[in-house]
Each structure stands twice: as structure tokens, then as C-alpha cells.
Ligand binder design. Sequence first.
Ligand SMILES: Cc1cc2nc3c(=O)[nH]c(=O)nc-3n(C[C@H](O)[C@H](O)[C@H](O)COP(=O)(O)OP(=O)(O)OC[C@H]3O[C@@H](n4cnc5c(N)ncnc54)[C@H](O)[C@@H]3O)c2cc1C
Length: 832
Amino acid sequence: MKTHVKALVVGGGAVGTGIAYHLAKAGWDDVMLLERDELTSGSTWHAAGLLPLFNMGYATSHIHDYSVKFYKTLEEETGLNAGFYVVGNLRMAQSQDRMDEYMLYASTAETVGIPYQWMSPAEIKDRWPLVRTEDLKGAIYHPTDGYINPADVTQAMAKGARQRGVTIERKWQVDGYTWTGDHWDVTCTKMVEKGGNLVPSDEQVVVHAEHVVTATGNHAQRTARLLGLKIPAIPVEHQYIVTEPDPALVDWRKANSEHPVLRDADAKWYVREERGGWILGPYERNAPARFLYDVPESFRADLFPLDLERIEEEYMSMIHRIPSSETVGLKDDYNGPICYTPDGNPLVGPAPGLRNMWLAEGFSFGITAAGGTGYYLAQMMVEGEAEIDMASLDPKRYGPWMTTEYAARKNEECYEHVYILHHPDEEREACRPLRTAPAYDRQKALGAQFGQVNGWERPNYYGPLDAPDSFDHDARSFRRGGWWQYAHDEAKAIREGVGLIDATAFAKHVVHGPGAEAFLDWFTCNKLPRVGRINLTYALTSHGTTRTEYTILREAEDRFVLISAGAWHAYDRDFLLKAVADTEDRFGRINVEDWTTRYGVFALAGPKSREVLGSLIRDADPATALSNKRFPWLSLRQVELGMCPTVAVRVAYTGELGWELHHPIEMQTYLWDRLMEAGEPHGLKLVGSRAQNWLRQEKSYRAFGTELGRDATPLEAGLDRFVDLEKEFHGKEAMVETGVRAKCVTVLIDGPEDADPWGREALYDGETKVGRLTSGGYSVAFGKSIGMGYVSPELAVTGQKLTVKMFDRSWPAEVVEDSPYDPTNAVIRVDG
Ligand SMILES: Cc1cc2nc3c(=O)[nH]c(=O)nc-3n(C[C@H](O)[C@H](O)[C@H](O)COP(=O)(O)OP(=O)(O)OC[C@H]3O[C@@H](n4cnc5c(N)ncnc54)[C@H](O)[C@@H]3O)c2cc1C
């Protein structure tokens, strides 16, 4: 066996094989793949092989789309037939809500270029008469979709990989990883058969690998332990059953081609043909998580016993939909482990805290995702970045608070939710509340309906005081849900009066020490603020795109507080710590302290916010303490609010006069009560993140994870005023070289009366697709829908007429000047 390689891929399932293939294709000629057993002996062998293009996420849509196209080319390249049947995929809808879901998805599909067609119940019946259609509203049909033989496609990728120089070694298990400072020493053990089990022998080899990728499927927990990480990839049981031949189907097939993969989402199953019979794959309730800590040695290419009772409901609904299946017996069954993560997306990208260690774990659609994952991960490893933003798959989207219990329960929930209506305003219930700030109970008592961000409970909006537990669930919609009016009134309160927002979830890192200034000056692209001032700035990737957005508070010459998005705490922290370590020779030792859970943040905003805060502030001259002279916009001051020492920052993400109040977390309820008392005479309204998201779009404030990410530079995001081209900073050259491929714009939309965009819709100029929305919502200032997104630079001009695709129709949209509400920032700077 080779002992020195550029990249070692651990795991020979579909995913690992796809990665090895693409690393070689991307130009790395020294790649080895190790598999502890046989290729495909993990989950891959028993997958049903469906390749669903339907996906609500932008990055995963790209990944699936790439795979489907790539698999079609494999036979020509390798001579191996991967068993790809392009039979199409028919997703049926039993309700208008489900059709709305498909229409939102269809607009996303258009942004990626995935073809689809609409079908009415009559058209379905006409084409596939075995399907009962009376209770259907319609369906979305993907003609290019289908299914593949998972083992064959893996073998085809393996052959393609070998042809490109990859070494594949079977029966070698990786048992240890040691980082030496510039490479990994990977301890590998020869596995041998013993009494039907696969057991380690005494033969060991240490492989010296510059890079390691783990794609260990159901063994992710063992991998996590070997690496000293927490990885929330834990499998759940998944079953499918195969029926005997159905005479009606056999008869029909004499003169007709195969049925598409049928999906009755409301009944929670997929069905496809299999040798004259049917395969039914349900996503039922109560499927248990398995292998919470490890896969037993005795579990090889094994299965769990069938649990027919658990899938009875889905079975009956298949019979309802395909009545001819009623009299057909069962021929075969599969109940295997299918890896999940709490949000259903796999974990793909650099491992937290480690160098040259890449994770590709937690795949629940691993056959569909293998090709695309290989393609984009190889770009990340070989070129430094992928052409799409892979942040939604990044392993660091879960922080150190994540536990085995959390992952197991969330993964079970995620499995059960595969076919629920994926409302964009969906909030899932399992494992909550978990991370709560002290004001949580007070907020809840005042009607807060919470969302979960990075485990934190954060008010989305404040509903009625006496709301039943099901209120938020029932308020969800693809259109304006039951929460919309509450968010509307909250947004208006901030524009006209005063509102209080809980922003405690923000990530907060204190960077200090003699080299801190020089380091941050290099690390971020804007000028650093003077002492007592703040700046918005960006840390860039080596490709010049946006890695992180920071608000930097300068507390002293050598002390800075970096505030970034709460959802991206571990992601930002990892990047910062690695950058500090990498540049120690240049900037010296710099201290980084994580204050995320030590400080809470309230944002007080609105024209009356000065009066509210003024009544609380303890100062020799309270009348002037909040004046422009003593407390100008974009500055910070240490203040005392009653007995609470607070760092007040004059900034508001809503675009109104306002202050962020960073306070010791243990004083949060004290400060909350004081703010409520002080706000009462001024009509203070509690405001959630939904209203805030609308308000920030009226100011064209870009958000991380939507407008800002690794697929656009700050110049493309239209943030030129926050980029200091006079100085040298990380990623500058690449940013300038990239130029402006697309530009971020704000649009006002004359949309449907009962709906706003969600930020996933396609943008058109006449018949031509010219971009996509990344955010959407409602503007209380303009009384219509609003959105932000990217279009080609020549269309990014004020007054440009476009259309937005929503609910299968085109709605007029107009590019407006940046910050259409209060473009001169007059209301933010108002004196008093
Ligand atoms: C019943 C069922 C039906 C499914 N249907 C579909 C479907 O229709 N479409 C779809 O896209 N997906 C489907 N899936 C999911 C799919 O099977 C998985 O997502 C996919 O197989 C994951 O591939 P993988 O390469 O990540 O993992 P695996 O196939 O599990 O491969 C991981 C490999 O890593 C090896 N390994 C682990 N640790 C080590 C180590 N330390 N050293 C060396 N080797 C190691 C293992 O032996 C294993 O071979 C289904 C799953 C189930 C259970």
C-alpha cells in the first residue's frame, strides 16, 4: 500500500468514491481511497437509487443537478453502465398549500436551470391510468430525473477514478489521525474476516497524507471520536418494501414505458416500478436513530428487521393512490441505516479546528449528492473555494453546544419531516427550548413566537397573549401566514415609534493584544474604526469573496469586539482562530476571547428610542448623554442603565435611530424590566426577527448567508464604501481580479396581494432569466413587496424594470436605489 499521498479519502461508499474521482479530475494525481470492507458495503448498497432534483436549497440544488448530469456521462467514460433510468419524477399535490410549495420550488429550480412541467390531475390520469387522481390538485414533473443503481454508479466512479490514477485499497480501516504540523499521519489497520465478522488484524500501516477527507457514512461517530470532534451525523432507520409483480402494471407496460418515480408528498412516500411490481419508500413517523456512538463490528452490509406496523399508514395510502397494488403481495424489504443531520443537509467542508481535514458526512441523499459533492468539494480543496457558496453544508454550522442526544432527536425529526410542507417560515419543535437567554420566559409570557437560530431561541414575532401552542404551526404558509400582520405592526412600530429586538444570539469575539490592530487591518477590508467608534467590515476568502461580515467595535487602541451573525458562530470562530494562528509570525500573539454567551444584546430602535433610553441612563447630564455631540452615530459608549453597566452602540439594523445595548448576560432580566418600564409611556413594542428582516431590506442592508457569502465579493455585493482599496488586506488581489460578475440590487415588487417573495425566486428581464432573489419580504414604508438579489451588472441600475417569478406568474419589479428608505440616513442621524 502507498504510504505517501496528497489526499487520502476514507470510505468507499458513493460519496467517498465521488470525491476521489473528482479530486483526480481536478488535477490531483496522488489520491488514495481506503475502504474498511468492500466498496458500497455501507448504506450505498441498499439505497433505492432515486435521484430527486427537487430541493429547496440553492447549493444542494446545484449539487443534485450536477450529479444527474454527471452520471449520464459515466458510461461513455468508463464503459460501465451505471443503470441510470431517466424515467422522470412526478410529485403529486393533494392540497393548494402543496402546489404553492412546488411553485416556490419551481422558481428556485429556474435559478439553477432545472427543467420541470406542471401537470393537471386529468393529464396525469391520461398518461398513467393506474394512478388515482380524483383527490389531487396537480403535480410537478421533472423529465430529466430518475433512478440509478447505487452500486453500479459507485463502481463506475471507482473505475473512472482508477483510470485517472486513484489508488483504491479495500479491507483497510483508518484507526487514528495525527496532525504533524504539515501533514496527517493516518494509522490504518488491515481488516480480516473472522466468523462472518470483519475484525482488525495486527497489520498496521501509517499513511502520510497532506489532506484527508472522511466519507465514513454510518461510522461518522467513530470518525468524530478519532478526530476529537462532535459531528451531528447519526443514522435513522429507513425502510422500503418491494412488491410482487402487479398484474395491472405488467399488462399496462406491454404497450407503455415505465412510470416515473411517483411521489405523494402528502402521503409521505415515493413509489417506483421494480420488475413488474412496486417499490414503496415511506418517510414514516417514529423511525429511531441508530448507532449513536458506533456501528458494532458485527454490523456489516446488514439490515434491521422490517417494521411493517410503523409504515402501515403509508402502505395504505399507496394502495389508495395505486388501487391495483392492493392485492399484490410483498416480495422483499429493506430497513437500513440512513445518515441524517439535524437540518437534513450533509456536512461538507473543512473540519472545525483542524488543518487539511475535510468532512463529507451525514448524507441522507448520498446517491443523488455523491457526484456534485465530489465536484464542489474538489474545487474547495484544489482551488481553495467552490464556485457556489457551500456554507449551508459547512460542518461548522453547529457549535460546541451540540450533543449526541440533540443530534439523535433532531435527526429523527428531520427524517419524519422529509415530506412535510417545507414552509419557509417553518420552525421545528424537537429539542426546544435548549439555548435560552434569561429574558426568554418574559418574552414568552408576552406572546413571543420563537425561532431557533444555532440552537438559540429568538423571537420571530410576538403573537396574541393567549395563543394556543399550535398558533405558530397554524400560522405557516407559502403566502402571508397568520404571523404576517404581527410582523407588519412590529415593523411599523419601529418606523413610527419605538421597538425592542432581542439580538442576544450575535456571535461576539474580543480580539486584543499589541498586534490586534495590524492583524485586523489585514484580516478585514474596511478601515478600522477609531477608539470609541464602530465600522462595518468584511473578512474575505482567498478568492476575494465574503467569508464573514463583522461589526467591529473599537474599545481601546489594542482592543476590538467583533460582532457577527449568530447563526454562524462556530463558522466565524474557526476562520478567525485559524487566521490568527496562521499569521502569528507576522502579527505576534493575539488574544481571542469568545464572549458570545457572556453578553446579551437588545436593540432599541425607532424615532422615540432616544426618549426611552434617556430616561434610563445614569449620567451627570442625562439630557445630552445621547445627543449627536456626545453620542454620534456609529460610536459606542460605556453607559449605566439603572444598575446595568452596558456598552451602548449607536447603530440599528432596522435603519432607524437606535442603540444596541450589550449587557452582562446575568443582568439581562434586570435590564429587560427597566426597558419595559421606560418604554411603556412611549408605546414600546416588542419586535421579532421577521419584522427586522423586512426593515433591513428597506435600507438595503445585506445579510450574511443571503446576500453575503462565498460566491460574491463585497464589490459584487455593492459594498464598495466598506472596502478600503488604499490598504492591503487578505483577498484583495483576488477580489479586484474577479471584477463584478453580478451585482446586488434591491427591488420593489408589485406582487400578489396575499404573498411576498422569500428570497429564492428567479428574476427575469422579459423572457430572459437574469438573476435571483436572495431575500424577500414586505416593505411597510412602500406598502408593497421588497426583495434583494443579484442580477447582471448592466441591469443593476435604478429604474430597471424586471419581473419576479412567484406562484408560476411574473410580477413586475423595479430596481431601486440602494437604501430606498431614508437614503441619506437622515432619520438615523437625527439629533436630540
Ligand atoms: C433504505 C435506504 C434507501 C435509500 N435510498 C436512497 C435513494 O433512493 N437515493 C439516495 O440518494 N439515497 C438513498 N439512501 C441514502 C444513501 O444510501 C446514503 O445517503 C449513501 O449511501 C451515503 O453514502 P456514503 O458514501 O456517505 O456512505 P456509505 O455508503 O455508508 O459509505 C461509507 C463507507 O465508509 C466506510 N468506512 C467507515 N469508516 C471507515 C474507516 N474508518 N476506514 C475505512 N473505511 C471506513 C464504510 O465501510 C462504508 O463503506 C437510502 C438509504 C437507505 C437506508
